[in-house]
Design a protein around this ligand. Structure first.
Ligand SMILES: [Zn+2]
Length: 308
């Protein structure tokens, strides 16, 4: 956790042709949408290349793309983002390209953030939410899907989440394995509601400690009969998620793109928006070695996902 991850972290200047690190700065080229771009030359094989900063071959400026992401996760539909851009940018983008940017960059950023280890408290709350999705070519059939998610009570960091077609043991296991990986050494309690599938999966994931004669985590199963709320932290997070995702109006298309969109929401929840209860973004407490200094954290995170 001591290695700082920040702006000063450099892009790897590795030749894409022969993988050599022996490269030098070459010429700069003026591009239409992304300004001056530095070319590098490989001293090993002689080929020149540009570094992929996350926007390689994109026909729109990084500011415009990250602006679309930000508006989308603040609750503006892709169609409205497109209408907004039409008024301010000469080059038009369709609402389909905006949707594609959301999916592409949500996957790119979460590929990076999912590998970061967390400094959490002792208790993680896990729960599921039901979602409806219309399959693209079967307009009438509505699928009932599940978003399984988890939150660290201390930092409010959304630790692991995924969008699935069902909520069986396989799906719970996938989410919990990631909880285990990211919170290693900190977590002692997993809190869930009364849904019976949890018990076995939690035991399997963390295992039994023969020396201590007990399971490696305590499964805190909270069964409440009234609507006082059982696990308030995860339920409050669900309220925030519902509030933001209401404009998605049911997902269209495949379960994978619904999952990508929710991954982007997870990034928004952990890294972009300030959490009202703690007054900072959850990552500031859970990942103290990650330094995000600019106002456009989307852009910074995209850069980092290409650096590390
Ligand atoms: Zn080379």
């Amino acid at each position: 956790m001591n290695n700082k991850i920040n702006k000063k972290t450099e892009f790897k200047k590795i030749c894409p042709n022969c993988k050599s690190k022996d490269t030098i700065k070459w010429t700069k080229r003026q591009t239409e949408n992304r300004g001056l771009i530095q070319r590098y030359k490989c001293k090993e094989c002689g080929k020149t290349f540009v570094i992929d900063d996350g926007f390689f071959r994109m026909r729109n400026h990084p500011n415009k793309i990250t602006c679309a992401l930000d508006l989308f996760y603040r609750g503006v539909s892709t169609r409205k983002v497109q209408e907004h851009f039409k008024a301010f940018y000469p080059h038009n983008s369709s609402n389909v390209s905006i949707y594609k940017w959301v999916v592409k960059y949500a996957d790119m950023i979460s590929g990076f953030t999912d590998k970061l280890k967390l400094k959490t408290g002792k208790e993680i709350q896990v729960d599921e939410m039901e979602y409806h999705r219309r399959e693209e070519y079967k307009k009438k059939s509505v699928c009932k899907d599940w978003f399984i998610d988890s939150i660290d009570v201390q930092t409010r960091f959304m630790v692991s989440a995924k969008y699935f077609k069902s909520r069986g043991q396989v799906e719970l296991r996938e989410v919990l394995e990631k909880v285990k990986y990211k919170t290693e050494g900190y977590v002692t309690t997993i809190t869930t509601d009364g849904y019976t599938a949890y018990s076995k999966v939690i035991k399997q994931t963390w295992g039994y400690n023969n020396k201590k004669g007990k399971y490696n985590v305590f499964h805190n199963r909270v069964v409440a009969s009234n609507d006082e709320g059982f696990n308030i932290y995860v339920e409050r997070m669900h309220n925030s998620i519902r509030e933001r995702t209401v404009t998605f109006r049911g997902f269209h298309g495949c379960v994978e793109s619904a999952d990508s969109i929710m991954k982007g929401y997870e990034v928004f929840y952990n890294f972009i928006r300030k959490h009202q209860a703690i007054g900072v973004c959850p990552y500031e407490l859970a990942i103290p070695n990650l330094e995000l200094n600019s106002n456009n954290k989307w852009l910074e995170l995209i850069g980092m996902s290409k650096k590390t």
